[in-house]
Design a protein around this ligand. Structure first.
Ligand code: IVH
Length: 336
């Protein structure tokens, strides 16, 4: 009897330690992968992971699915299954000039009751691939690519390996956990990771990826999650559907950041189309220095009620569009 108690005490102490480690590791992953502001060294992080794995190995029945050790799970599958999106994943129309932006603004205002005040949110257009993440009661349960917008591919096992994506939402204590959340955003590969990957591939005599976008797509569509895990993918959240969506898009972005997602630090709420055009000029300077590729800026009507009035034409919303920068051109000098 006394011996039984001793085991029970030891088990309780181990489980408590494991729980504490999981919280610490999650917090440090958030600092590192989402905020880009680590507070501990890689060696300290590795030590915590080793200890956690050791404790979890003792009690394999008590490992929660959202443990930091459980990101790469399951085995390679032979194909991706199809999933129907809760709401279609829309695409975006394109504009290429200030005139076209003004025309977009005219169309928006003519689609709304006369005299409506229209605020816009300006965001970087991240060059990756769209993904929908479904959270039920705060847990990531499914991730899907866009596919044809209505039906996508189930890439949950691969998306779980992306460490800037929370497996459980960071909901502050005392706050309600949303029952259902559909978080949309872009899976992308940072420039540095892309260059490193191509170097490795060249060394091995494998074909190189043409750009970070292709590398991200190729990495996400791997049948073996182990491969995806080795590819340093990241994710920017830029749209919220479902129960948690806020009346203003900018508020949804702020909420996504609070839930632990990476949200671009370069988004801006503007009061009119002149300010939007100014943002596009300013951001063109800024974007060269970013650690990831952008191919434009996205302009979105901030008020979700106005978004609903405007609706969509085919696959493009009437309340948002993408401004595309001219493709970068390398300058060549003709010597002779
Ligand atoms: S919003 C209805 N915001 O660009 C909302 N899309 O060319 C539709 N993209 O399919 C998407 N950055 O994959 C939105 N800040 C951003 C984006 C963004 C990149 C991608 C997305 C979209 C494609 C359209």
């Amino acid at each position: 009897m006394a011996e039984m108690d001793l085991f029970a005490d030891e088990r309780a102490a181990d489980l408590a330690e494991a729980d504490k480690l999981r919280r610490e590791i999650r917090h440090n992953e958030y600092l590192y992968y989402v905020l880009d502001a680590p507070e501990i060294t890689d060696a300290e992080y590795d030590r915590m992971m080793v200890r956690l794995r050791e404790l979890e190995a003792r009690y394999p029945d008590s490992i929660p699915a959202d443990s930091p050790t459980q990101r790469v799970g399951g085995r390679a599958s032979s194909q991706f299954t199809e999933v129907r999106h809760l709401e279609p994943l829309l695409s975006l129309g394109n504009v290429f000039s200030a005139e076209e932006l003004r025309a977009f603004d005219e169309r928006v205002r003519s689609g709304l009751p006369a005299g409506s005040k229209v605020e816009y949110v300006m965001e970087p257009k991240i060059d990756g691939l769209a993904c929908s993440l479904i959270y039920e009661n705060g847990k990531l349960v499914r991730a899907a690519t866009r596919g044809d917008g209505v039906v996508g591919e189930n890439v949950t096992a691969n998306v779980r390996t992306i460490r800037s994506i929370p497996l459980t939402l960071k909901v502050p204590e005392g706050e309600a956990v949303p029952e259902l959340l559909d978080v949309r955003g872009e899976v992308y590969m940072p420039r540095q990771a892309f260059m490193r990957l191509n170097e490795q591939r060249a060394e091995r005599g494998e074909s190189e990826f043409a750009n970070p976008r292709n590398a991200a797509a190729g990495s996400l569509r791997q049948l073996d999650p182990q491969v995806t895990a080795s590819r340093s993918l990241s994710f920017f959240a830029y749209y919220l559907v479902g129960e948690g969506a806020q009346p203003k898009h900018s508020e949804s972005l702020a909420l996504l950041a609070r839930y632990g997602f990476k949200v671009s630090e370069n988004y801006k709420v503007v009061e009119n189309i002149d300010e939007a055009i100014k943002y596009i000029g300013d951001f063109n300077e800024l974007r060269q220095g970013l650690s990831y590729d952008t191919d434009g800026a996205v302009i979105k009507v901030n008020d979700v009620y106005q978004q609903r009035i405007l609706g969509a034409t085919g696959k493009d919303p009437r309340w948002a569009t993408a401004y595309k920068y001219p493709p970068e051109q390398a300058e060549t000098t003709l010597e002779d």
